[in-house]
Design a protein around this ligand. Structure first.
Ligand code: GSH
Length: 271
């Protein structure tokens, strides 16, 4: 309709999810006004399937120009085409290839293992995990009352393998190897590719946020026991210091529409 503003992009996300944080960061970095929607974790898979007509089972999903896009990397590729400034992809072809390869490395080698290990550590303290699940749940899930923590335990075990000590240990080792590789890739540089912030930095830093809990990132109401208890192994890793720096320098807050369904959208501001 002439004169009618284009519909704002709508981000379907999970506040605590690091893949969701990756897309929130890209939207905010590019200053794209958008709306955010949340739904009950678990049920979100049905919502993702419905939104994408069966193509995608995971969140985040972004509806951009009426088109639902699943998968954080595909979403950011579409944002890059639609809103090229400021760019997240390097313009030089070899640098762009390296940045996209590092994004893929972070998506595949880091994301699932950070998630399994972090949830496993969080689940160790049953009372604290239960308290977190009760407070953090969206209203529809909170209505389950005492069942909400049981639901959270079952979901994180079934979908993410967080219930298995052995699997969490393997994931931790994978995370440590990935941190070492990123340290090598960084060398003496501030950024992974070239001399400016790119998708490579954004992907690695966002997918590592649960191990760092930077003040600029999503607010969780607990810190992860395992990280606190064994700081000598992980918290002091140079790559995690770099993650803190990336959040401090580049995680600016973005523009949410006035009518956004979920104004904070990342758990920030919740008490
Ligand atoms: N490759 C996907 C992964 C996203 C993902 O794993 N999302 C989780 C939430 S953190 C999810 O929806 N999981 C549902 C499931 O495990 O099937 C992306 O980059 O967006």
């Amino acid at each position: 309709m002439p004169g009618q503003a284009a519909a704002k992009p709508v981000l379907w996300h999970i506040p605590i999810s690091h893949y969701s944080e990756k897309v929130r960061w890209a939207l905010d970095y590019k200053g794209i006004e958008h709306q955010r929607r949340v739904t009950v974790p678990g049920y979100h898979m049905l919502v993702a399937l419905a939104l994408t007509r069966g193509r995608q089972i995971t969140f985040p999903v972004l509806v951009l120009d009426q088109r639902p896009i699943g998968d954080s990397s595909a979403i950011i590729a579409a944002l890059e085409r639609r809103h090229p400034d400021p760019p997240l992809y390097p313009s030089e072809p070899a640098e762009r290839r390296r940045a996209l390869a590092l994004e893929e490395f972070a998506d595949d080698q880091l994301g699932p293992h950070v998630r399994r290990f972090a949830y496993h550590e969080a689940r160790r303290d049953r009372a604290r995990f239960a308290e977190w699940a009760r407070r953090e749940s969206p209203p529809a899930l909170a209505r389950l009352g005492p069942l909400a923590p049981a639901y959270a335990r079952a979901f994180t075990a079934m979908r993410f393998g967080a219930g298995s000590e052995a699997a969490a240990k393997r994931s931790r080792a994978r995370v440590e190897r990935a941190l070492d590789r990123l340290e090598r890739e960084l060398g003496a540089n501030r950024y992974l590719v070239g001399d400016r912030f790119t998708i490579a930095d954004l992907a690695a830093a966002s997918l590592l946020y649960p191990l760092v809990l930077p003040p600029e990132g999503p607010k969780l109401r607990f810190t992860l026991d395992g990280i606190e208890d064994r700081p000598e192994r992980l918290a002091e890793h140079p790559t995690l210091h770099w993650v803190r720096e990336m959040f401090r320098r580049h995680r600016r807050r973005g523009i949410l529409s006035a009518d956004a369904g979920d104004p904070a959208g990342d758990g920030a501001g919740a008490s």
